[in-house]
Design a protein around this ligand. Structure first.
Ligand code: ATP
Length: 355
């Protein structure tokens, strides 16, 4: 069991604030992603949960107990760094046994636990081999076995697949997720790769400049980004932003882009006149001659089953993901329609979604 509650967590390094009052809850058994660009405070947050860094303020509760000031050794959390770091002079069995042996666990128990994790990871037949000659995948599995053999309350993983090439990385991501599903241990995973976060995570915290921008399921975050930053960071190509001025009344279900009315989800809260941003995902744009909102085709990029069309529109550049069979010509002017239920509206000044 390990539910981890983060409340107003802060970290200052001298005058610099790396983490500014984060709050979120990691439920027992979740695969939980800390996502954001380089320098946003992900690693610092992870290290504070593991006890490798003490917070400047706020609380970390593990199963209800405030561990904020406890040393790492008393938190029962395993930190998994880049998984390739094996002890080269030991064979596979000794690599996996090491965390138990160094804690003074009895020999018979060590043997039983090593046999069990080797079975879970499918590496029983290589236990007596030297680590030197192993394939990349097997090295990764051995390193994982060593991390899980102790059965800690939770795992902290900092970009564990960072050093791998794209294809192998995807394969190991699937294995890691499958392993998590078999073991059910709470896992906190740091990545700057939004696709990895979306594919692997039960929940995602998106951070930027030390601040939590949004916390939710991958689908929540993709469909209902809370800020312009999240809307831009998640999705590839990212969400299109159409900038315009207007005022919204509660109950409105359309906005005006110039002369054209665009249907949107119903507005809940009125706003005075201001700079607004309409957010549209590329897959929610369709091109049709009849649509009154017009754009000029700048370029097209062929992706096999779909193509990305870039258009110059009166309120910004728009990328549309359309079927690759649809014939388009550069320079041509076409109509664009936006699937109404999927649009987002943001206040340009605050960057926050208007709902
Ligand atoms: P990356 O993916 O690049 O590691 P990150 O989101 O994990 O980024 P952190 O490593 O948490 O970011 O760092 C957040 C900020 O805090 C960075 O600007 C970093 O330079 C700063 N920082 C981290 N550790 C220290 C430290 N020990 N002393 C001073 N500044 C630090």
């Amino acid at each position: 069991m390990a539910e981890i509650v983060i409340r107003n967590l802060r970290k200052e390094f001298g005058a610099f604030t790396a983490v500014e009052g984060s709050s979120f809850t990691i439920r027992d058994g979740e695969f939980f992603m800390l996502l954001g660009p380089s320098g946003c405070g992900k690693t610092t947050t992870l290290r504070m949960i593991a006890g490798l860094e003490l917070p400047s303020g706020g609380e970390i509760l593990i199963d209800g107990e405030d561990v904020s000031q406890l040393p790492a050794s008393r938190r029962d959390i395993a930190m998994v760094f880049q998984m390739f770091a094996l002890y080269p002079h030991m064979n596979v069995r000794r690599n996996i046994s090491y965390p138990l042996v160094s804690q003074g666990v009895a020999r018979a128990e060590v043997q039983a636990k090593v046999a069990e994790v080797a079975r879970i990871l499918g590496i029983t037949d290589i236990l007596d081999k030297p680590v030197g000659g192993l394939s990349g995948g097997d090295r990764q599995r051995v390193a994982l076995a060593r991390a899980i053999v102790r059965r800690p309350k939770a795992f902290m993983m900092d970009e564990p697949l960072g050093a791998l090439d794209a294809e192998f990385r995807e394969h190991m991501a699937e294995e890691l997720r499958a392993l998590h599903d078999r073991m059910g241990a709470t896992t906190v995973y740091v990545t700057h790769d939004q696709l990895e976060a979306m594919q692997m995570g039960d929940k995602i915290v998106v951070m930027n400049h030390g601040v939590v921008e949004q916390f939710g399921t991958p689908q929540d975050i993709y469909d209902h980004p809370a800020t312009l930053f999240v809307a831009d960071f998640i999705g590839s190509p990212s969400m299109n932003f159409l900038r315009f001025q207007g005022a919204l009344a509660a109950g409105d279900s359309a906005v005006r882009l110039g002369e054209v009315s665009i249907a949107t989800p119903e507005v809940q809260v009125a706003t005075g006149p201001r700079d607004l941003v309409l957010g549209v995902r590329p897959e929610h744009v369709t091109l049709s001659d009849a649509a009154p909102y017009r754009g000029r085709i700048l370029a097209s990029e062929y992706l096999g089953t779909s193509q990305i069309i870039t258009l110059d529109c009166p309120h910004g550049t728009v990328k549309a993901r359309v079927p690759s069979g649809q014939g388009v010509r550069s320079g041509e002017t076409v109509g664009l329609s936006f699937r109404s239920g999927t649009l987002s509206l943001f206040d340009a000044a605050t960057g926050r979604a208007l709902r």
